[in-house]
Write a protein that binds this ligand. Structure first.
Ligand SMILES: *Cc1c(COP(=O)(O)O)cnc(C)c1O
Ligand code: SF4
Length: 335
C-alpha cells in the first residue's frame, strides 16, 4: 500500500509551492496588513479571473503599501469589472491564428504552442485572461496533432512553448515533448516563454536542468518581469543555473500604468536584468483585453518614454517597444 507520505515524496518542492499559492483575497490583504475594505471589490474581480499569487512573490511586496508595483500586477480590483469599449476578449486574434488545437502559427518560421492554461500567478492585465483554454491547449489529447503539424511544415525552425505557463507542466511531460521536437529535423530552436523563474524561482530545480541541459536544440528562455523589485537573489540564482544549461536569456515586459511607466522604473528594470544576465527583448503595449483598461498607457506616451530611455541606457539595454495587431506578419514596432 502506498502511504500518503510516500506519495508526497513524488511531489517536487515547487509543485508544493504552486499548490499553496494564495487564492483568497482576504488572506492576501491580511498578510500585507492592507485595508479590509478592499475585500468586496477584490472578491468580485476574482470571480471574473481568479486571484493566484505564490507566497514567494508576496514576500517581495512592501507591507502596508497599496501602491506596491508587484501587488498592483496581481491584486483584483473594482476597475476590472468595468466594461470599456475597444477592450475585447481576444485582442490579438489568437483564435483565428490557431491551425490545430493549441498551435498558433502567425509568423514565418516559428509556431507558438499553448501547452497548458495553468499559470503560477494570475496577472490582472493578462491578454489571455478570457482565453478558452479548456478547448484549445495542446496538452493531453492534442500533443500528437501539434507535433504532426510542426513535422508537416519544414519552414518551422523554432517552436515556442507558451500558455498559460509551460513550466507549470511536470518535468516528465516537458522532457518527453522536447525529445519529440528534437526528432523533427527542421526544428532548430526551442523557445520557452515563462514567468515561473520570476514568481516561483524554486521551479528551476535539478530535474528541469537535467532535461534542459540534455536538449540539443538551441535554447532561448524569455522571462516576464515588469519591475526591478521582482528581481531578487532567488531569481538571480535560478538564472545562473539556466545560463549554465546553455540558454539565451531574454525578458519581455508589459508597459503598465502606475507600475513601470516611467523612465526611472524602466531604467532600473533594464539595469537590474542585465546585472543578472538577462537582456531586455520586448516592451509590449498593453493588449486591449476586457477588464484591463486601467493599465493602459497611450502609444504616444510609450514612444516618449522609450526616446528618453535611449538617452540614459546603452542601446543593448533598451527594449523594443511593440504592439501586437491581429493578422500582421510580426509584432508591430512603435518608432
Ligand atoms: C509573439 C509571438 C511569436 C514570437 O514573435 P517574435 O517576434 O519572434 O518574438 C510567435 N508566435 C506568436 C503567435 C506570437 O504571438
Ligand atoms: S504569467 Fe503570463 S499567461 Fe500567465 S497570467 Fe501572467 S501574463 Fe498571463
Amino acid at each position: 500500500m502506498i502511504t500518503r507520505s510516500a506519495e508526497l515524496k513524488h511531489i517536487s518542492g515547487w509543485q508544493q509551492e504552486l499548490a499553496n499559492a494564495v487564492t483568497d483575497p482576504a488572506e492576501l490583504l491580511a498578510s500585507l496588513q492592507l485595508d479590509p475594505g478592499l475585500l468586496p471589490a477584490a472578491q468580485l474581480a476574482s470571480n471574473l479571473f481568479r486571484m493566484r499569487i505564490p507566497h514567494s512573490y508576496i514576500a517581495r511586496m512592501r507591507v502596508g503599501d497599496i501602491n506596491d508595483p508587484l501587488l498592483r500586477q496581481v491584486l483584483p480590483i473594482a476597475a476590472e469589472t468595468h466594461v470599456t469599449t475597444d477592450f475585447v476578449t481576444d485582442p490579438v486574434g489568437d483564435l483565428q491564428a490557431m491551425v490545430v488545437p493549441g498551435v498558433l502559427h502567425k509568423y514565418h518560421g516559428r509556431v507558438l504552442v499553448i501547452t497548458t492554461g495553468a499559470c503560477a500567478v494570475h496577472c490582472r492585465y493578462c491578454f489571455r485572461r478570457h482565453f478558452p483554454y479548456n478547448d484549445t491547449n495542446a496538452s493531453s489529447q492534442h500533443w500528437q496533432q501539434a507535433l504532426e503539424y510542426i513535422q508537416s511544415d519544414s519552414s518551422i525552425n523554432e517552436v515556442i512553448l507558451s500558455g498559460g505557463d509551460p513550466l507549470t507542466l511536470s518535468d516528465q511531460r516537458l522532457a518527453s515533448l522536447v525529445t519529440r521536437l528534437q526528432e523533427i529535423a527542421h526544428v532548430k530552436t526551442l523557445r520557452i516563454h515563462t514567468r515561473l523563474p520570476v514568481v516561483l524561482p524554486s521551479r528551476i530545480d535539478y530535474k528541469l536542468l537535467e532535461w534542459l541541459g540534455n536538449c540539443t536544440l538551441r535554447k532561448v528562455l524569455v522571462i516576464h518581469t515588469n519591475h526591478a523589485s521582482e528581481v531578487n537573489t532567488e531569481l538571480a540564482e535560478a538564472l545562473t543555473k539556466l545560463k549554465h544549461a546553455d540558454a539565451t536569456l531574454l525578458n519581455q515586459s508589459v508597459l503598465l500604468h502606475g507600475i513601470n511607466d516611467s523612465v526611472t522604473a524602466q531604467r532600473q528594470l533594464c539595469e537590474r536584468l542585465f546585472s543578472v544576465g538577462v537582456l531586455p527583448y520586448y516592451l509590449h503595449l498593453l493588449d486591449k483585453v476586457q477588464g484591463a483598461a486601467h493599465f493602459d498607457v497611450s502609444a504616444d506616451r510609450a514612444r516618449h518614454l522609450i526616446k528618453d530611455l535611449k538617452h540614459t541606457l546603452p542601446g543593448y539595454l533598451v527594449p523594443r517597444l511593440v504592439c501586437e495587431e491581429a493578422g500582421k506578419p510580426s509584432k508591430t514596432p512603435l518608432t
